[in-house]
Design a protein around this ligand. Structure first.
Ligand code: JFZ
Length: 482
């Protein structure tokens, strides 16, 4: 809600004058030791599994425009761009269909907890520009339109379920009348290629607005654990596009322990090689963010020294679409989570609630299936690190240090061997014991010729992934099998 515009403008001008070039240059450097960084990242690295939520005005439209499906595949949170309409036309159709129920946030938070997620990252504003909080610098926000602060509702609900909270925030903005979309050929905009409807634009004014909304988000909702920026292109990124270093610095001043992704940038040193969802590379200078964000895919190998999080949809769209039926199977989702953990990454799995905030039935089922598996096998995911094996023919492995210098290897068996033996080729450590998490059954372990062999039952107790916890002496030592 806009109040005291003059006061805000005056304050902004004053603030801008006070930021000297010296301060701005210094703000790029991260004053943090490795130990401090490890401490700040610890909860996130342990969590391994988070719930992403894409929800906004587009959710009520549900992938439909003029009574017709805009598509059956792909991101329907982009619907305004897909049908190429201005913000007023879009808002007029979308607002009446966006009707959050009183209880929606508690349902999401409960679902996330039941699924075994340790954090939730949700869209505070997507590319369409509609903000879910009660904003003083905008009248295109839930406060102005619904007289509700949906960010507060979601944060409160998530905290009540013991979840960490992350804000997705789009720096791309299809609503603001000073956003100079012509400056990028690569970033999307519904009116791309067309002249600005309002004549001249001054991007700096958009940046005041962007920084203003972000300031509200990091000031008014207590601790914010993650800021998930989205996104930049090679031809428009970083300082030029978003005053990125200053923005990150301001966020850190309010939220010293916050964890941010690298999407305010798109350059080699910030972990990007090209456009496209697979354009990431395993590189990251901390001044550009804390983690990289492979989208809709899982990297082929782990990336020692780099924090990463794969974000993925349950079907093919982030924002709700009534036409998208391409739901991933429980097997795919559970094995993805395991695969990612075995490579040392996090899984941020998306739900796209409907316009009333309710979660599609298929998504609830999938999240519950993951939750049921996690309830039994969660210790093989949370707080684990990447596999010591380069490759295992039957599945995946994660590991965790134990008291007394032991290491526990979690063996995730996807393809159950038919000869009643599970072989760990090249593992030279002395094994102590093996237990199946499914039913706490102890299994016989033998070792010879640099391989460990575990005696297993004929039938796989869990067709998707049976986990065997194998304790070994010392840190795992794996040699290349001959
Ligand atoms: C972005 C958003 O556009 C999308 O709607 C969703 O929020 C997702 C999580 O993030 O998706 C992208 C971002 C970058 C590229 C493509 C899709 N890219 O660089 O090509």
């Amino acid at each position: 809600m806009k109040v005291n515009i003059m006061k805000t403008v005056a304050a902004a001008i004053l603030a801008a004058m006070m930021i000297s070039p010296v301060v701005r240059a210094a703000s790029q450097e991260i004053n943090e030791t490795k130990e401090q960084r490890d401490a700040r990242m610890a909860w996130w690295r342990d969590a391994r599994f988070g719930m992403f939520v894409h929800w906004g005005l587009y959710s009520g439209l549900a992938g439909t425009w003029d009574g017709k499906p805009v598509g059956t595949k792909g991101g329907m949170e982009w619907i305004q761009q897909r049908v190429k309409v201005d913000t007023d036309t879009y808002a007029k159709r979308a607002i009446p269909l966006f009707k959050p129920s009183p209880d929606f946030a508690r349902e999401w938070a409960k679902l996330a907890r039941e699924a075994g997620c340790r954090y939730i990252v949700f869209t505070t504003k997507h590319h369409d520009g509609f903000a879910l909080h009660n904003s003083r610098v905008s009248d295109y926000d839930a406060g102005s339109v619904l007289n509700r602060d949906l960010v507060k509702e979601i944060v409160d609900a998530a905290r009540a379920e013991g979840l960490r909270v992350g804000f997705y925030h789009s720096v791309i903005d299809w609503h603001h009348d000073q956003y100079e979309y012509a400056r990028s050929k690569q970033l999307p905009h519904p009116l791309k290629g067309k002249p600005y409807p309002n004549g001249e634009r001054t991007h700096a004014k958009y940046l005041d607005y962007l920084h203003g909304e972000v300031n509200e988000l990091v000031s008014n909702y207590g601790v914010v654990d993650v800021l998930w920026w989205d996104y930049s292109a090679q031809d428009f990124q970083g300082d030029e596009a978003w005053k990125a270093f200053e923005l990150m610095q301001k966020v850190r001043e309010k939220q010293p322990a916050i964890i941010m992704n690298n999407r305010l940038f798109r350059s080699q040193e910030a972990g990007w090689s090209s456009m496209g969802t697979a354009g990431y590379i395993p590189r990251l200078d901390p001044k550009h963010g804390d983690f990289i964000t492979p989208e809709q895919h899982i990297p082929a190998t782990g990336m020692p020294g780099i924090d990463w999080e794969t974000c993925m949809t349950l079907n093919t769209t982030w924002g709700y679409s009534e036409h998208d039926k391409a739901w991933k199977s429980d097997e795919t989702l559970i094995r993805n989570l395991i695969d990612i953990a075995s490579k040392g990454g996090n899984y941020l799995l998306n739900i796209g609630p409907k316009g009333d905030g309710s979660v599609p039935e298929e998504s609830i089922k999938s999240m519950h299936a993951i939750g049921a598996w996690m309830k039994i096998n969660g210790e093989s995911i949370y707080g684990t690190s990447a596999s010591p094996f380069e490759k295992l023919t039957w599945g995946r492995c994660t590991q965790k240090s134990q008291a007394g210098g032991k290491t526990r290897l979690y063996l995730h068996v996807f393809d159950w061997p038919t000869d009643k033996t599970l072989v760990l080729p090249g593992l030279v450590n002395k094994p102590a014991k093996a237990v199946m998490l499914t039913d706490s059954r102890s299994l016989n372990v033998t070792t010879c010729d640099n391989r460990v062999t575990i005696a297993i039952p004929v039938e796989a107790p869990d067709k998707i992934a049976t986990v065997i916890a194998l304790d070994i002496e010392g840190l795992p030592k794996v040699i290349k099998p001959q």
